[in-house]
Design a protein around this ligand. Structure first.
Ligand code: ZN
Ligand code: ZN
Ligand code: FE
Length: 758
């Protein structure tokens, strides 16, 4: 006879605490007529169910398929249990050190249910900018300690009114245990202030703020992870003024629009891009501009793309519903500084930038910039992984001892491991000024606290002058592992895909410290988590003026011309030789010849810079990667031809840039258009790198290729190389969950340090 009543114990792991998971389980159990209980424990969420076996099976399948939007189930262990004869289903109190292994949810966009209430004149939260529920709202940025309960968040200053408390206590309510729950009677409020910090008396501060933006003024708007600077993206004067005041010359601004239909009026969106735009993470998505571009050109000058996002806080919706096609929403900072989060700090630092301030009194404890993604080569690629995604961990194949990895210098993030989880921090920025360095230290302390981890090993870059390296050296009492930059890049790829080496690692990058005293960046490694062998690299050229050669790609142009033509370079009739005057050009070449302040580099990023300069696209950059990006955007779509390439075999093999440079120059002299030259340059790299991998496979028997490094943000290169390698039968791994740029490097550092220390 079939069993008609049984019991089961389910252990659920993942992001299942503080996201409405227990009430969801409760409602599901009740719906399926099951008895038992659900509890948070240090091992995860434990569910005991009893009832007819077919009901339990239905419950189990709904558990994964219908789980709440913020829940992220990693694994469920299911086993038979003894029947305990519960009288109903209940939510038990948290047990033991439940908080210690809790995964905290990221901050996510306001949900549809909350939005509907906010726009409903009959609702008690009509027009209330802090509406939220268990399925939406702030998390990571308002916590300063665990367990994730209201007293440990910046909502501790607001006592819930009776109605909010009743919602919070009711397992059937959408706001059951929603820690930031609030309403106009008991929660935070907004206020409008002028630049001299006088309160603006307006019955509806948001409506007044919208009027001011429409008048062409710049508003500082307090958001979820920090302040934005907002301006009307259709008014060229307003956007120009914002650029001048923020001291940001050409780096594109992101824009925000009310809905997808509005974004479609100025950008081209595919189905995948629309899914990303509308996802609860609400990243900035890079989209091709629709021509003629109806927003101000200064939003993203000389750029084929525009970064757009949908509103993600209730306040954003309240502002944007005043009919703006798009608002510039750029980080509330001066160039290179961290984004302002604190009200006093914002008034002080943004005084000369913003005309008015739309402020609120819910504190932001941890800054988190907007995330930036792009669709390339058939997948979503992170340019910046931050708000909305952090602190979702990367789940590793093996458990590690607790490691703190300090990242690199530019686009810094840090990484802390706990068991088989690696937590990559939000975007910290370029560790070049004191404010960013302080933010770095604060983030490390914050993550240690909320993850309840005491790191036993510290990892950093090999570069002795990085502030992150210096900080690591000041930390006493822990073994320290210095990791080569490109090894870390490749291992971040191994970590992300849970594969073991050895693999062929193509690290195409800007700058990384090489142990041989040269600047690395065009590297082919045979690598696993414990070590690497440098099997090939771009042949070195000089970087005349060192850091100046990065800011002034024309110097790299001269360096590559000198490498390819020697003194015959002066006979070439190329604008790059003249654009800064003959005397200066000769001085640069003298620096190269005498090796004065001209470090040698194998960087792929510098090769892009040099070609962009020789092609006359850009001699000086206003932001990192600008020349390479403009070279990518210039590429014609319909050109299959390529330049000759060559390498010099040996250990390591040296890839010679000279034949490619000669090809570029010959085309320029023949009057070949720059888009064709750019396409041929990209095609040459694709063919060269895939041929090289075939050669290495023959020698090493390796069939897996990991692509990493900032140069792979280039969609043209990535989109060409992946099919070329796959066409040759390789298994290709390119980043999808962490950035390919230095924002992902801390993950690789952590794994390497753990492997070496074991
Ligand atoms: Zn909601
Ligand atoms: Zn209330
Ligand atoms: Fe790098």
């Amino acid at each position: 006879m079939a069993q008609t009543y049984g019991a089961k114990r389910l252990l659920v792991n993942g992001i299942v605490q503080g996201v409405g998971f227990r009430p969801f389980v409760y409602q599901l159990a009740v719906r399926h007529g099951l008895k038992g209980e659900v509890a948070n424990t240090s091992a995860g969420v434990i569910i005991h169910i009893e009832g007819p076996p077919e009901q339990m099976r239905a419950f189990e399948s709904d558990l994964t398929e219908k789980s709440p939007p913020l829940a992220h189930i990693v694994e469920i262990e299911s086993q038979p249990d003894i029947i305990r004869s519960y009288s109903g289903f209940e939510i038990a109190r948290s047990r033991g050190a439940a908080a210690m292994t809790t995964l905290i949810s990221p901050d996510v966009a306001v949900c549809g249910d909350c939005l509907a209430e906010m726009f409903d004149p009959a609702d008690r939260r009509f027009g209330y900018p802090f509406i939220n529920c268990t399925n939406c709202g702030p998390r990571y940025t308002i916590i300063d300690d665990i367990p994730y309960d209201r007293p440990k968040t910046s909502m501790r200053h607001f006592a819930m009114c009776a109605r909010c408390q009743a919602e919070y206590n009711d397992p059937a309510n959408r706001r059951f245990h929603a820690q930031p729950n609030a309403c106009p009677a008991c929660g935070p409020h907004i206020g409008l202030w002028d630049g001299r910090r006088n309160r603006v008396d307006a019955p509806d501060p948001v409506a007044r703020a919208a009027e001011l933006i429409r008048e062409g003024l710049i508003l500082a708007v307090k958001g979820l992870g920090g302040y934005h600077l907002a301006a009307d993206a259709t008014q060229p004067e307003a956007v120009d003024r914002l650029r001048q005041r923020k001291r940001r010359e050409e780096k594109p601004f992101a824009v925000m629009s009310f809905d997808l239909a509005t974004i479609r009026s100025y950008a081209v969106t595919g189905p995948e891009e629309e899914k990303l735009l509308a996802s609860i993470e609400r990243p900035i998505v890079l989209l091709a501009k629709r021509q003629p571009f109806v927003l101000a050109e200064a939003v993203a000058p000389r750029n084929r793309y525009v970064g757009a996002m949908l509103p993600y806080t209730p306040l954003h919706y309240l502002i944007l519903r005043h009919g703006f096609p798009a608002l510039v929403m750029t980080s509330g900072n001066l160039s290179e500084e961290p984004i302002a989060i604190d009200n006093d700090d914002a008034f002080e630092r943004l005084a000369g930038v913003a005309d008015f301030f739309l402020v609120h009194n819910r504190d932001i404890y941890l800054r988190s910039d907007d995330s930036v993604v792009r669709r390339a080569a058939g997948a979503t690629r992170f340019m910046r992984r931050s708000r909305g995604y952090v602190p979702v961990p990367v789940f590793l194949k093996h458990k590690l001892p607790p490691v703190l990895a300090c990242g690199a210098e530019l686009k810094n993030t840090v990484c802390i491991t706990r068991g088989n989880q690696a937590f990559l921090s939000q975007h910290i920025g370029d560790l070049e000024n004191l404010a960013t360095y302080e933010f770095f230290q604060k983030t490390v302390a914050h993550m240690r606290r909320i993850l309840a981890v005491r790191p036993e090993i510290i990892a950093c870059d090999m570069h002795p002058d990085y502030l992150s390296t210096r900080w690591a050296e000041e930390q006493a009492g822990m073994p320290r592992v210095r990791v080569q930059h490109h090894h870390a890049h490749i291992v971040s790829g191994l970590a992300e895909f849970g594969i073991e080496g050895p693999v062929i690692g193509l690290a195409c990058d800007g700058t990384g410290y090489g142990p041989d005293g040269t600047v690395w960046g065009g590297e082919v490694l045979v690598a696993d988590v414990r070590g690497f062998e440098r099997v090939a690299h771009l042949a070195c050229v000089s970087m005349p003026g060192s850091a100046a050669a990065i800011k002034e790609p024309w110097r790299m142009g001269l360096s590559y011309l000198h490498d390819a033509f020697d003194n015959r370079m002066w006979d070439l009739d190329l604008p790059v030789l003249r654009e800064n005057g003959d005397a200066k050009a000769r001085l640069i070449v003298e620096m190269i010849e005498k090796q004065v302040n001209s470090p040698r580099t194998s960087s792929m990023g510098r090769l892009f810079d040099g070609v962009a300069a020789i092609a006359g696209l850009r001699g000086r950059v206003n932001y990192e990667g600008q020349a390479a990006m403009e070279l990518e955007m210039a590429a014609a779509d319909d050109t299959d031809s390529a330049y000759d390439f060559a390498w010099q075999d040996g250990e390591p093999l040296r890839i010679l840039p000279a034949p490619i440079i000669r090809g570029v120059v010959s085309d320029l002299r023949d009057g070949v258009p720059v888009p064709v030259i750019s396409a041929r340059f990209h095609n040459s790299l694709v063919r060269m790198l895939s041929d090289l991998c075939v050669l290495l496979r023959g020698r090493r028997g390796l069939n897996r290729v990991v692509l990493s490094g900032g140069v792979f943000q280039n969609a043209r290169l990535l989109g060409g190389l992946i099919p070329a390698l796959e066409g040759s039968g390789f298994e290709v791994y390119s980043h999808r969950r962490v950035p390919t740029n230095d924002g992902g490097i801390a993950l690789g550092q952590a794994l390497i340090a753990a492997a070496i220390s074991l």
